[in-house]
Design a protein around this ligand. Sequence first.
Ligand SMILES: [Zn+2]
Length: 781
Amino acid sequence: MFPEMREKYTTTMAPSESTPLLRVVDVAPQRHRYPHHKLRRFCTFSLGMLLITSLILFLLPSAVFPREHGSIWSYFPGAHPFPHKSWPHGYGLSYEELQAILQTTPSAEKAREWSSYYTAGPHLAGKNLSQAIWTQERWQEFGVEETSIVAYDVYLNYPLDHRLALLKKTKDKTEITFEASLEEDVLDEDHTSGLPDRVPTFHGYSASGNVTASFVYVNYGSYDDYQDLINANVSLAGKIAIAKYGHIFRGLKVMRAQELGMVGVILYDDPQQDGEITEDNGYKAYPDGPARNPSAVQRGSTLFLSIAPGDPTTPGWPSKPGCDRVDPRNLIPSIPSIPISYKEAIPLLKALNGYGPKASDFGKSWQGGKLGSKGVEYNIGPSPNDVVINLYNEQKYTTTPLWNVIGVIKGAIPDEVVILGNHRDAWIAGGAGDPNSGSAVLNEVVRSFGKALKAGWKPLRTIVFASWDGEEYGLLGSTEWVEDQLPWLSKANVAYLNVDVAASGTVLGPKASPLLNNVIYEVTGLVQSPNQTVKGQTVRDVWNGHIGTMGSGSDFTAFQDFAGVASFDLGFSRGPTDPVYHYHSNYDSFDWMDRFGDPGWLYHEACTKLWSLAAAKLVETPVLSLSASDYGVGLGQYLKNIKPGAEHLPGGGFDFGSLDGAIAEFQAAAKQFDAYAADLASQLDEDLPWYLWWKKVKLYFQARVVNDKYKALERAFLYEPGLDGRSWFKHVVFAPGLWTGYSGATYPGLVESFDAGDWENAQKWRSIIIERLEAATKVLQ
Ligand SMILES: [Zn+2]
């Protein structure tokens, strides 16, 4: 109480009954509880505004700022959502510094050294564990510590015994006119040609059998060649076919012969495919010169590759120990086949002289056999009943482990992965071209990236290196691995970059998903051509610029056609005046490579640079360097190319309008999308001032979205039920040709329906393709 109050109180009367219940009591003047009420209002207002502003600031970015997998907190100053602290620039090394290491590290000498290791002894699929371990050790030494050996149990064959003889039957006895050696000559100048444990001549997945029958020359053994013979009333059932290698995958030659009731197949390399470089033209044969050694034999697989690659007992799932297995009979031949040299084909072909029509009586594709100077007239046959061939082939079938070597350099972004692969297994002790020019080059690529790691480089994306086993039998190692890793690959794999034969000549021959075209164009312009007819010319300067479509025939198949991963395949192959490449023969050897194939080993070096620079481009640029527009152009071109095929449909008049329309829509979306991506990339090139930190965050998330879309684009072309009669192949744009195997068929579902004259199926495939095109367009919108 205040003193004056107390006083007032004490001086008044004590309350009595008459005291009013209410009376005025004087108190001190009322005072404001909050004396600075203006300030208070201001504070309330400000606080309120702050709350509202923060709410807006919080909600607005949530609504308008992209943040993909990140949270909105990423936009707060100092949140730093980027994959590494130097983003969008290189971390540890700038992109230019990385490129410099990749340009200067690869050495021709080292490639030669790796080649001499791989080609020193036999390394068939499932028989090269020591090479797998050696490869793992080298990669770890180079700096890729996370390297492991991944094994699968696959079903395949190894040769036991064989015989091929020409017999003349008379009334009471059978005379041997010719007994084939089925051996390649041992050459002093080629040190692996005479190894005691050299690999016999045989076919992968060929059937065991012992048949004696008269025989027919079937040209290349293509579907059309057999059809020409049927049309000419040449009897085929019960006969042995003798065919030239070339044009189509060898397994399909056997597949068609089998369908037509033939009982065996003999395949040989005619000097016809050697172009100018033949003994007839005055060139000496290997080892004295660049022409084909007459005893050279092409081994190879006869798997029905265009139906499904990989282990034929596990189509679509990985060959793990104890897994389910099916009867492989639909994927491998049931009739025996044998490969021979042209030297040993001559007596067989001469035995047909005078029998049946001549190849020259048939169309253009039948002309040009080059054994005329050796007395071969290229009669079709069949040989008379008393002139027969005995073909005996004994194979041991087994389920055996094979070994992929997988090396990983972890990047800052875990779900964006670039894979580089080459196979290691070969048909022969050598394999200096196929595949170990690629293996030597892969080692140089790994060594180059290892050097960058040692210099402090931290990659933006993950790189995986793969040394596949079992490619030769039918893409076994890569296919089983892709089937095994499918969920992860579908989520994370940006691109697969394949090199099989890195160097067997001087001509660059890439094939690719169009998404990767511009990467190829760019890196070929960065690498000096080994051929310096004009000083300073690049690989691009001497290349015709043609990029082929994806078919099959190497390890990209499972990535491109089954998993929908944009892939390329590159390497230098034989040009018309280059020495003859002895494909799958004992003479694809270190000695051949060192003297004829790539004497300076400079094509090995150039291929290393192309491959690693392409990988660097895909791994390091903040916005993926892919081109949807090129895909659009490709889609249009492929459709144009197949349109004439519709004339096979009875009545013709197939309507392509809706397909044209869907492609046009894709092309428009692709162009817009690429332009947006390019704009993002150029914004990232500018250095943003610190106070625009949020803009950099925004660009980061925009780039993430763009990259996800580029990654998903190829997958959109997968049709889950797969192609007709070969459901393993899921891509509606690319597949190996059903009857070619190697070369790419485009819009295979549609083309096969045209070929079959099946209207209903053609309409079905038109709808499926349009649906996939629309899905792809949607990815880009
Ligand atoms: Zn190969």
